[in-house]
Write a protein that binds this ligand. Structure first.
Ligand SMILES: Nc1ncnc2c1ncn2[C@@H]1O[C@H](COP(=O)(O)OP(=O)(O)OP(=O)(O)O)[C@@H](O)[C@H]1O
Length: 434
């Protein structure tokens, strides 16, 4: 929908809500880059200058962007590239190659992708090269201008950089860093990684060719700053089509952030993660509860959204188990308590389960051995239990040693929510020893 400038007129609430959703979808789903990425101004300047040196002056460079997941590494790089490409000459000249360690899992695939992204497939044709270096050299040579005097600058972005270090002989990294150091062609190599110890992964000859420039995105945010960030992220911009609605919305967001219960929720999120990605997830869930009938966010929405963010995926899986499977998990929990986390086998679990059954008169839980075996296998498929040693596959299934992949609190939490859980099963789970 187009952003009509009504300003003094009021739009119908329904239309305002649609606009609100559009604004926040763009902001939270990374469809629109922020004008100036907040909190990383110096890193932005540093990276922009570095890449400019390659794009404009033809210098070669290499740099690593290091920071935890969701810290904004990709966003920083995208903002820098956007600003860099604003210069006409750069836009015309600079070539980009984007590789990802999750996709280009070996150097042969990476080289194919480089050729494809540089549009050199036809130039390479059926030529056979002796080594990786030869191919890369050929590709860079092919990019030289007609008079061979200068080469077009190429930016290599290696996302999930640490994964490239696992490639055989680290050939790709060695060659890229070698070119960047020896000034054969103007290239900039930008590695993006969440591993702080990434340099340790590099072989000596690779490390010595790297410039050792690193840009760190480590957050030193305090809680008041975090709360303020939540407020600004939830606020509507000045150019929102309906002024009155935007003012009311922003005032209600301010009140919301000052609410005691909301502050507690935010504190909990702040303690577990300070990054934008987690914050956006929480805010997105809050916004999904906004409707025409309730055109603002209430503290209860934040509480509900937070609960959804923190639900444990494994504990959730327990809700789908049959009662027999649940009983086996409880038996394993008791075994874990008694033997202090030592592995167990199906026979031991079955015996533990039988102890519980003996105390009961009803035959409701009488199951044949094959049925128990099937339930046990299902738990293994769900990865709620795992064999201690996968090589012991030859051992008879009943005696294969297993470990429970759930902890006490996950089981107890799941039991509380299990639909119509029989009371005796609940009591059995809570009893100290089987
Ligand atoms: N300074 C910022 N301002 C606004 N949004 C941000 C900022 N930093 C990060 N984000 C948002 O946080 C989310 C995660 O950012 P990004 O993908 O850049 O993280 P990353 O460090 O590259 O993560 P990963 O290591 O998983 O690739 C994105 O949706 C992005 O828009």
């Amino acid at each position: 929908m187009s952003k009509r400038k009504v300003k003094d007129d009021h739009m119908p609430v329904g239309e305002c809500i649609t606009q609100v959703q559009e604004v926040f979808r763009e902001r939270f789903c990374c469809q629109k880059l922020p004008e100036q990425p907040e909190g990383v101004e110096s890193q932005h300047k540093h990276l922009l200058e570095l890449l400019k040196r390659t794009a404009v002056h033809g210098e070669s460079n290499s740099v690593l962007i290091v920071g935890p997941r969701g810290a904004g590494k990709t966003m920083l790089l995208k903002c820098v590239l956007r600003d860099l490409l604003e210069e006409k000459e750069v836009e015309k000249n600079l070539l980009q190659v984007h590789l990802n360690g999750l996709l280009q899992t070996d150097d042969r695939i990476a080289l194919k992708e480089i050729t494809r992204q540089l549009n050199l497939e036809n130039v390479v044709g059926d030529k056979v090269f002796g080594s990786f270096a030869e191919t890369l050299g050929f590709l860079l040579e092919a990019l030289k201008k007609g008079d061979r005097s200068s080469s077009r600058p190429v930016l290599f972005v290696l996302d999930e950089f640490d994964l490239f270090a696992h490639h055989k002989n680290q050939t790709l990294l060695y060659n890229l860093f070698d070119v960047s150091q020896s000034a054969q062609a103007p290239i900039a190599v930008v590695g993006v990684t969440c591993r702080l110890d990434v340099l340790e992964l590099l072989e000596k000859r690779v490390k010595s060719r790297f410039s050792h420039r690193q840009i760190h995105l480590l957050s030193s945010l305090t809680f008041p700053q975090y709360a303020e960030r939540v407020r600004t992220q939830l606020s509507l911009p000045d150019d929102f089509p309906d002024d009155k609605f935007a003012q009311d919305w922003n005032a209600s967001v301010k009140n919301l952030c000052e609410d005691k219960s909301v502050e507690e929720v935010l504190q909990r999120h702040f303690n577990s993660s300070k990054d934008y990605r987690m914050m956006h997830m929480l805010l997105m869930l809050c916004l999904s509860r906004v409707s025409v009938a309730k055109p603002n966010i209430k503290p209860a929405d934040v509480l509900e959204a937070s609960k959804m963010c923190f639900t444990d995926a494994k504990a959730n899986m327990l809700h789908g188990l049959s009662i027999l499977e649940l009983c086996l998990v409880i038996a394993m929990k008791h075994l874990n308590d008694v033997y202090e986390g030592e592995p167990f086998n199906l026979q031991m679990v079955h015996n533990e389960f039988k102890k519980f059954l003996h105390r009961k008169s009803s035959s409701m839980y009488n199951f044949e051995q094959p049925v128990i075996m099937k339930a046990f296998e299902h738990l293994q498929q769900l990865e709620l239990i795992r064999p201690v040693d996968s090589s012991s596959a030859k051992t008879q299934r009943e005696y294969q040693l297993m470990r429970l992949m759930l902890d006490h609190s996950q089981i107890m939490e799941a039991l509380q929510k299990y639909p119509q859980c029989p009371t005796d099963v609940k009591q059995w789970a809570m009893s100290a020893f089987g």
